[in-house]
Design a protein around this ligand. Structure first.
Ligand code: AHR
Length: 655
C-alpha cells in the first residue's frame, strides 16, 4: 500500500468485523476507464411450475381443480349426497361442471368440500372473493351455502365464515361475493352445501382468492418477494415444464391465454418426476398463463424471456426417437413461436395481438427475447432449433434467440452444443449448473476465457448443492455469491443469470434448494435470495477492472479463498468481496487510475455473513441470516478493510 497516496484510509466497520485477520490482500481497482456495461438483464428470475410454484403458490387461486377438469373430475374435492359430473358446460375447453341435486331426505346433505393446496390458508379480517359460475338447470331458483370451515380444528371456532348464495335461472351466470374470515386458519376447507329450496344447481369454475392478490392474480407476499429482487430478466415457464413428460403435456402457451375459465388444464410433469416426491394431484390450471407472465414482467420491471418447446420431448424421460416431432413436421411448433411474438408485440389488428388486447393489454409487451428448447442434447437439438432460427430471423430480426447448451455444466454435450449454437447464430446460450461446493469454488474464472465474439451467456439455471442431501443453507449461498463475482467480472460476455428454482411450497416441493419458500399463509426469503437481491441492488452500470497481484480475484491458489469484483454506478463504486475461508482477512482496496489529488470516499458496507454455515432462514425465523449495513468511513486511494470469515461484503464508495 502506498502510504503517501493514502490521504485518509480508515475503514471503520465497527461491530461488523471479526478479529484476528490474516495479512493484507492488496486488491487493486482501476478507475481510469469504465469497463464493459453490466446489462440491465444481468440478474433476473426464472419461474417454473415446480414445487407448487404456480397453483398453490404465486397464483392466488385457493381452490384446487376449480373446474372439475382433472382426469379424475373430483380429485381435490370430497363430494357428498347427490353430486354428478357433467361435461356440456359453458366453456368449450373446460367442459366439466358439478351438478348438485336433492339428496332425497330432509336430514341428508348434498355438497362438495375442497381442501385447496395442502389446505386453504385464510387470515382473520382479510377479504376473500368467492366466485362461481352457476345455474338452476330446470329454471327457477335454488341456493348454495358457502362455508370456510376447519373440520379438523381443535379450536372452538369451527366455522370460519358462511354465506348463502341465491342462484336463479337456467342460464349460466357468474356469481361473486366477499367473505371475511373471523379467524386465521392455514388449513381451512371450502364447503359448499345445496341449500333450501333444494332445486338442482350446477356449479362451474369455483374460485376463492384473497382480495389483496396483486391484480387479482398474484399472491401478494410472493409477488413482492420477486419485485424486491428488481429482476432484469424473467424467464418462464420452465425448465422441463416446457417439454412436459411427453409432447402431449408440454407447456402449450396457446392454452394458457384467453379467459381463465376456458384454459384447459395440463398435467404437471413434476407430478411424476421423483417417485419419492409424488403428488398425484399436481396439475397446471394455466391460471398463471403467458399473459400473466408478461404482465408480471412489466409490473416488476424485467424483460420477459418466454421459452417454447422445440418439438423435443424431455430427453431424460423419452429415449425413443418417436417421442419427438420429426423435423419435417415441426411447422406448427415454429408457428407457435411466431404467434407468441405476435401475441406479445403484434398490433391489435393481428390475430394474437387482438387476443392480448381483449385480455386487457392493447399496448405491446415489447418482447425482445425468445428461448427455444430447454435441456436438449445430441444432433437432434440443433436440427430442431434450425427451422425456428430461420423463421424467427426472417420474420422478426429484432428478436434475440436463446439456445441451450444442454443439462450439463461441461462435458461431451456441452462441448458439442456450444459450437452448434455458434453455427446457428444463437444470440445467447443458456447454461445450467446445479453443482456441489467444489465446483462453485473452482469456477470463479469460468468465463474469463470465453469467446468474446460468439453468443452471449445466459446462466439460466444454477444453484450450489451440497453433495448428497440438498437443502438451502448459508454456505451454499455464500459460494453462489463467490461464483457471481465471475459473472460480474465477465459482464461483457455474461448477459443474464437466474438462480433456480424460484419457489417452493414447504409441503409440496420436489426439488431443493429453492429461492423463496412458503406455506399457505407466510413466506420467507432464503440467504440465496439475499445474495441475488444484493447483486441486483448493487448491479452498477460498468465493470471496473479488479485484480490482486495482477490477477483476477477468483478463488485461485494464493488468494486466501477470496473472490472479488467491482462495478461503477455513476459516481458510486461497489466492490464485492466474498471470503469463503474460515479466517477473517485484511484487505487493502487500492484505487488506481485517478487524477492527481483525487480520492474515493467510503459510504457504507453491506455485509451478509454467518457462522451458521448449514442454517438458512425459515418460516419461524425469516431473518435468521440477513444482510446488515455497517458503518464505513474513510477517504483516500488505498483503504484498509477487513472481511470476516465466511462473509460476502459489498463496499460502497463514491468518487
Ligand atoms: O429447475 C429444475 C429443473 O432443472 C428444470 O426444470 C430443468 O431445466 C433442470 O433440469
Amino acid at each position: 500500500m502506498n502510504i503517501k497516496l493514502n490521504l485518509i484510509a480508515i475503514l471503520a466497520l465497527a461491530g461488523c468485523l471479526n478479529a484476528g485477520a490474516q495479512s493484507a490482500n492488496e486488491i487493486s481497482i482501476n478507475l481510469k476507464k469504465a469497463g464493459a456495461p453490466v446489462q440491465s438483464t444481468m440478474y433476473g428470475i426464472f419461474f417454473e411450475d415446480i414445487n407448487f410454484a404456480a397453483d398453490g403458490g404465486l397464483y392466488a387461486e385457493l381452490v384446487k381443480n376449480r373446474s372439475f377438469e382433472f382426469p379424475f373430475a373430483l380429485q381435490g374435492w370430497k363430494a357428498f349426497g347427490a353430486v354428478e359430473i357433467k361435461d356440456d358446460g359453458p366453456f368449450e375447453r373446460c367442459p366439466h361442471y358439478a351438478r348438485l341435486s336433492d339428496p332425497g331426505h330432509a336430514h341428508k346433505q348434498t355438497g362438495l368440500d375442497n381442501d385447496g393446496f395442502f389446505g386453504i390458508g385464510v387470515k382473520a379480517g382479510q377479504e376473500y372473493r368467492f366466485s362461481v359460475w352457476a345455474r338452476v338447470p330446470e329454471g327457477g331458483s335454488g341456493a348454495i351455502r358457502v362455508e370456510l370451515a376447519n373440520p379438523a380444528s381443535a379450536e372452538e371456532v369451527h366455522y370460519i365464515c358462511q354465506e348463502t348464495l341465491a342462484v336463479s335461472g337456467a342460464e349460466w351466470k357468474k356469481y361473486e361475493f366477499t367473505i371475511v374470515p373471523s379467524v386465521t386458519d392455514p388449513k381451512a376447507t371450502l364447503r359448499i352445501f345445496l341449500e333450501q329450496p333444494r332445486a338442482t344447481v350446477d356449479l362451474e369454475h369455483v374460485s376463492l382468492m384473497s382480495a389483496d392478490a396483486l391484480e387479482g392474480v398474484y399472491r401478494a407476499d410472493l409477488a413482492q418477494a420477486l419485485a424486491d429482487l428488481h429482476p432484469g430478466i424473467f424467464r418462464f415457464p420452465g425448465g422441463c415444464i416446457v417439454e412436459g413428460t411427453d409432447l402431449a403435456t408440454r407447456y402449450n402457451w396457446k392454452n394458457s391465454v384467453g379467459p381463465a375459465e376456458n384454459r384447459p388444464i395440463n398435467e404437471n410433469r413434476w407430478e411424476y418426476t421423483f417417485p419419492h416426491r409424488f403428488y398425484p394431484d399436481y396439475f397446471q390450471s394455466y391460471g398463471l398463463g403467458f399473459y400473466e407472465f408478461f404482465r408480471l414482467s412489466e409490473i416488476i420491471g424485467s424483460e420477459p424471456l418466454p421459452i417454447v418447446s422445440c418439438g423435443l420431448a424431455c430427453q431424460f424421460q423419452n429415449d425413443s426417437p418417436d417421442a419427438h416431432v420429426p423435423v419435417s413436421e415441426l411447422q406448427p411448433y415454429v408457428q407457435d413461436a411466431l404467434d407468441l411474438i405476435e401475441f406479445a408485440n403484434g398490433g391489435t389488428d393481428t390475430k394474437w395481438g387482438a387476443i392480448r388486447a381483449e385480455m386487457g393489454h392493447p399496448a405491446p409487451f415489447n418482447l425482445k427475447y425468445i428461448g427455444v428448447g430447454n435441456e436438449q442434447w445430441d444432433q437432434l437439438y440443433p436440427d430442431h432449433l434450425k427451422p425456428f432460427v430461420e423463421a424467427i430471423r426472417a420474420a422478426h430480426p429484432e428478436i434475440k434467440i436463446v439456445g441451450s447448451s444442454g443439462p450439463d455444466s461441461e462435458g461431451e454435450q456441452f462441448d458439442f452444443l456450444w459450437p452448434e449454437m455458434k453455427k446457428l447464430g444463437a444470440d445467447l446460450v443458456d447454461e445450467h449448473f446445479y453443482r456441489p461446493y467444489d465446483w462453485f469454488l473452482s469456477q470463479g474464472a469460468r468465463y474469463d476465457g470465453y469467446d468474446r465474439k460468439g453468443p452471449k451467456v445466459f446462466a439460466g439455471e444454477y444453484a450450489c448443492h451440497a453433495k448428497g442431501k440438498k437443502w438451502n443453507h448459508f454456505y451454499a449461498s455464500l459460494l453462489e455469491a463467490a461464483f457471481m463475482t465471475g459473472l460480474e467480472r465477465n459482464a461483457d460476455v455474461v448477459h443474464m443469470a437466474t438462480y433456480a428454482p424460484l419457489f417452493a411450497h414447504v409441503e409440496g416441493w420436489q426439488w431443493r434448494p429453492d429461492l423463496i419458500w412458503y406455506d399457505n399463509l407466510n413466506s420467507y426469503r432464503t440467504v440465496s435470495w439475499h445474495v441475488q437481491q444484493l447483486y441486483g441492488q448493487y448491479r452498477g452500470q460498468n465493470v471496473l477492472p479488479l485484480t490482486m497481484d495482477g490477477k483476477p480475484v477468483c478463488g485461485a491458489e494464493g488468494q486466501n479463498g477470496l473472490f472479488a469484483s467491482a462495478v461503477k454506478d455513476g459516481d458510486l463504486i461497489y466492490v464485492k468481496v466474498v471470503n469463503t475461508s474460515s479466517e477473517p482477512q485484511e484487505l487493502s482496496l487500492n484505487f488506481t487510475g485517478l487524477k492527481k489529488k483525487d480520492s474515493v470516499k467510503a459510504v457504507k458496507a453491506v455485509r451478509l455473513c454467518s457462522d451458521k454455515l448449514y442454517e438458512d432462514n425459515s418460516l419461524e425465523a425469516p431473518c435468521n441470516i440477513v444482510p446488515a449495513e455497517c458503518p464505513f468511513s474513510g477517504e483516500g486511494t488505498a483503504l484498509k478493510a477487513e472481511i470476516g470469515a465466511y462473509c460476502f461484503t459489498i463496499f460502497v464508495l463514491t468518487r
